[in-house]
Design a binder for this molecule. Structure first.
Ligand SMILES: C[S@@+](CC[C@H](N)C(=O)[O-])C[C@H]1O[C@@H](n2cnc3c(N)ncnc32)[C@H](O)[C@@H]1O
Length: 197
């Protein structure tokens, strides 16, 4: 565990604190507090082939805003102990890069969506890409995602999380972009990187 003092930007992959105190900085090479969530589904890892498609489509991931050392999809990550709903989604790279967030499912998912929109609007993140259960009848979609997203991609078929069988719900990729105005672009399809012929 490494502690950074207030408003000191780490030279390499630091997460910068907005408030009083200090913040732990995690990166793949070393340091983590790990994490334990309430439900097993809360820690279901995103399939790597989906991440490949996300990076090809939306840019290299510089921060995973909901992760632990074992399942992070980016060099920097925020753990449950740090709490992404409190810790700013800010590193040296996030104002120009792509932040990833596959939040714990259930009631708290909407809080991560609201937090992502806030982090894009305040300039901490240029772009946030989220993986969510596709429940388009919810307030999360109707009040927050549809009015703010730049892209909504409905995933064809069912994802297999963490090496398990197909999920029992459909998934959607939602993108928030700084300075986006107007309606989202809506797409549908498999999330596969095509092999070069
Ligand atoms: C669905 S898993 C996604 C894991 C991984 N980031 C991925 O995409 O494969 C959600 C992750 O969020 C973490 N988490 C839960 N609450 C959190 C919080 N308040 N702040 C940051 N991470 C949290 C869980 O421990 C879990 O690792």
């Amino acid at each position: 565990m490494v502690l950074f003092q207030l408003n000191v930007k780490s030279a390499i992959h630091g997460i910068v604190s907005e408030g009083v105190g200090s913040v732990m900085v995690n990166n793949k090479v070393g340091i983590s507090s790990g994490g334990r969530a309430a439900n097993a589904t809360d820690v279901w890892a995103t399939p790597w082939d989906l991440i490949q498609w996300v990076e090809a489509e939306f840019g290299q991931l510089v921060l995973d805003a909901a992760a632990n050392k074992e399942n992070t999809k980016a060099p920097d990550y925020i753990t449950p102990e740090q709490d992404a709903l409190v810790t700013p989604w800010l590193t040296e790279y996030t104002p120009e890069g792509t932040t990833w967030c596959n939040p714990p499912y259930g009631r708290n998912a909407v809080k991560f969506v609201i937090r992502a929109i806030e982090q894009v609007n305040n300039g901490n993140c240029k772009r946030v890409v989220m993986l969510l259960a596709s429940r388009t009848d919810t307030k999360m979609f109707q009040d927050h995602i549809f009015p703010n997203a730049s892209r909504v991609h409905f995933v064809k078929g069912r994802l297999k999380f963490g090496g398990k069988g197909p999920a029992n719900f459909p998934s959607v990729i939602v993108v928030f972009d700084k300075d986006h105005e107007g309606d989202a672009v809506w797409t549908f399809g498999k999330c596969e990187v095509k092999e070069e012929e």
